[in-house]
Design a protein around this ligand. Structure first.
Ligand code: NOJ
Ligand code: CA
Length: 710
């Protein structure tokens, strides 16, 4: 210990050291309310650490805790001053969600620490739920200290077993838009990723790390996901890998290497370890939301879950229109009115219009040249007044669009005007976008006038995204960001952040060739990884699967290198499996008109009373059921990877004493993603609670069912 180098100081500190020794060598324990999880806080002269067990099996072995700053070190030479315990068991209500009510039941242990060397004080607050652990660092006001820099957060996650894991690489050029690799934890590296999934052997920046949620499944079946909750005024946490089963918190730095610019009093985001007995239980966790602050918006009447169509797939998918000016410009007034007619006829809440504004004609994609984007002047082809009046008459709203090209300063300088424009034009939901495919390429002009390049998920962007959410709320606008930062449960505090992209979505099936698009197993991984954090704007519902993409807007011949790795029944099932309070019907209106399967898209709600995940294996299959919040209908979605399979379903989730008409949308027995993906068998049967139902899923296919009380 450093004090022994300073005899004088040592004499003064003898008393506290001896107290410390008693305290330091004592472990502090915490049990989850159901007593299945047990947590231990360890401390000694060298360091502080924690471990976590489930049913007496060690899941996370001794893992370091601590923070290192430019002014003090809170990782060693610490004394435990006080230990405080508390608990909570409360149910709260969501503004919208997968379930109306959520129970926050946890036991808490707060460890009050003080540094012998600097006398700085820190509290580490641990909350143990039945579905996992959350903990955060808190620094109260003290020593007239205002600002400091976090140089490193030492938190470790040392898995006791080298388990199978599912991950996407951090510090890579396309943010979160990657297919998942499945390897042992010890095999995580960009080289492995390059061999298994996609070539990442370009210029290397940043450490060998993965994004969170990061999911593992142990040999005993237990699933664990590491993530964070309430990422506020901090930098995103990634997990650094080192060829073992031990992982370490790695914070995305600012361009000057600082991890976080902090001010006292200070709280870190919660570090979370979500635990389930199996994948389905993991995916049902509510821990992330429980670790966020309650809703801050006093009035939420203007927040509207719903379904939208839009001028989108004809650019990104079928390649027949353009965002920018010219003969093929998509967002022309008359075209928008046609979409309004279609959407209004079928009861959609919104029509997304991309390319309504100016700024698209420069080479904005994909390296951040989006300075020309204007967010409150429309393109000459788009008459905002006429469109607004027409939409109003037809009882539908425009969903706005702000592609920023990752030009944050340009966007922020227009933020108020942009959202005021939206409010004036009856726009209640805006999809934003941050396409900027170079790793560390977000321009920020510093106080010295120089331009610095920041990472997409660092503190600068965390603060930017919060600013946008708060500004949008001021103008009663909700958001669906694409290329966002990851969600950490902020939707509880700001329910106007409805959904987000933040993973490889349907768009990749649009513009990538068959060889490089999403594989049939991708959507069977998402529920156990990315979707642990929040809803996703995956944009399901493509019906034209085989021959949909033109060679160019001018060359209307079909490009045969494009084929969606899905089936229509699977596309329907995704409305249940991938939760989002605003769901897009992504295909062109003409592919829905008169199609019998379109009825499912029209029926399916986006706000739920309850959700249950009936089964699932990561990367193989999943079956989810949800009950509508406005009726007694239940819905089921089940999807599989490239393998066909039969799953026996117990219908005991249905309400008792009720007979249901089950309308089933499934692939034909000779169907699947490669054979007859566009054929749907629709049948109707009568079922009730406790009936058994056999789901026969075809390769790469799925099944969607609506259960309506008779
Ligand atoms: C990428 C988004 O994911 C996509 O939905 C959008 O159409 C384009 N950027 C253009 O903004
Ligand atoms: Ca995207």
């Amino acid at each position: 210990m450093k004090v022994f180098q300073y005899p004088l100081l040592c004499a003064l500190l003898v008393f506290s050291i001896s107290c410390v020794y008693n305290d330091l060598n004592r472990d502090h324990y915490l049990l989850s309310p159901d007593e299945t999880l047990s947590f231990t806080f360890h401390s000694n002269e060298q360091n502080i650490s924690y471990s976590l067990k489930k049913n007496n099996q060690l899941l996370i072995e001794k893992s370091l805790l601590g923070i290192l700053t430019d002014q003090f070190d809170l990782s060693d030479d610490l004394t435990v001053k006080k230990v405080q315990r508390s608990n909570k068991n409360e149910t709260w209500t969501q503004v919208w969600g997968e379930q109306k009510h959520i129970t926050d039941n946890h036991n808490e242990l707060a460890i009050y620490l003080s540094s012998i060397t600097s006398q700085m004080e820190m509290v580490i607050r641990f909350r143990l739920f039945n579905d996992g652990l959350g903990f955060r660092y808190e620094l109260p006001e003290q020593k007239e200290l205002n600002n400091f820099k976090i140089l490193d957060e030492l938190t470790e996650f040392n898995f006791s077993e080298d388990s199978q894991s599912w991950w996407i690489p951090a510090y890579s050029y396309r943010r979160f838009e990657f297919l998942y690799a499945n390897t042992l934890i010890s095999d995580i590296s960009r080289d492995t990723y390059s061999k298994l999934v996609e070539d990442l052997t370009g210029p290397r920046l940043g450490p060998e790390a993965v994004h969170t949620p990061f999911t593992v499944q142990r040999n005993d079946g237990i699933c664990i996901a590491i993530h964070e909750a309430n990422l506020t005024n901090y930098s995103s946490m990634t997990l650094q890998a080192n060829g073992t089963s031990k992982m370490e918190c790695d914070l995305i730095p600012w361009s000057d290497g600082t991890k976080v610019y902090a001010t006292l009093p200070f709280q870190s985001p919660w570090r979370t370890i979500i635990v389930g007995n199996n994948p389905a239980e993991l995916a049902m966790s509510t821990l992330t939301l429980n670790l966020n602050e309650p809703n801050k918006l006093s009035n939420t009447d203007w927040i509207e879950p719903g379904k939208y169509i839009g001028i989108w797939w004809e650019m990104i998918g079928t390649n027949q229109s353009t965002w920018g000016s010219g003969a093929h410009h998509g967002a022309k007034t008359q075209k928008v009115k046609d979409y309004i007619d279609f959407g209004s006829k079928y009861g959609f809440t919104g029509v997304l219009v991309e390319g309504w504004n100016t700024g698209w004609d420069v080479n904005w994609c994909c390296s951040g040249d989006g300075e020309a984007f204007d967010f409150y002047h429309s393109h000459p082809d788009f008459d905002s007044k006429e469109v607004k009046e027409y939409a109003r008459k037809k009882n539908i709203r425009i969903v706005g669009h702000h592609e920023t090209g990752g030009q944050i300063q340009n966007y922020e300088s227009q933020l108020d005007s942009a959202f005021a424009y939206a409010q004036r034009n009856d726009i209640r939901v805006i999809k934003t976008g941050y396409v900027n495919d170079v790793s560390q390429n977000i321009s920020r002009t510093g106080a010295d006038g120089n331009v610095y390049k920041e990472w997409h998920h660092g503190q600068y962007m965390v603060e930017h995204f919060r600013k946008v959410i708060e500004t949008a709320a001021k103008y009663q606008v909700s958001l669906v960001p694409h290329e966002p930062i990851k969600d950490t449960g902020i939707r509880r505090t700001y329910p106007n952040i409805l959904s987000r992209e933040g993973a490889k979505g349907q768009e990749f099936n649009g513009f990538m060739s068959t060889k490089d698009n999403n594989k049939p197993n991708h959507t069977t991984i998402l529920p156990f990884t990315r979707l642990l954090s929040s809803p996703m704007d995956y944009t399901p519902g493509i019906f034209n699967i085989k021959e949909y993409r033109y060679n160019s807007p001018d060359d209307r011949t079909i490009n045969t290198n494009h084929y969606i790795p899905s089936t229509i029944s699977k596309e329907l099932a995704l409305y249940i499996v991938v939760y989002a309070p605003v769901q897009m019907a992504a295909d062109l209106p003409e592919n829905y008109t008169d199609h019998p399967a379109f009825q499912f898209i029209l029926d399916v709600p986006t706000d739920w009373e309850k959700t249950e995940i009936l089964n699932g294996e990561i990367g193989q299959y999943i079956t989810t059921v949800r009950k509508d919040i406005h009726s007694n209908d239940w819905y089921l979605g089940s999807i599989t990877n490239e393998k066909g399979r039969d799953l026996k379903i117990d219908l005991s989730f249905l309400d008792s004493g009720v007979q249901y008409q089950a309308t089933i949308y499934k692939d034909p027995t000779n169907g699947g993603w490669q054979a007859n993906p566009e054929e749907v068998v629709i049948e109707s049967i009568v079922v009730e609670k406790n009936d058994l139902y056999k789901l026969s899923l075809m390769p790469g296919g799925g099944q969607a069912i609506r259960f309506s009380p008779m």
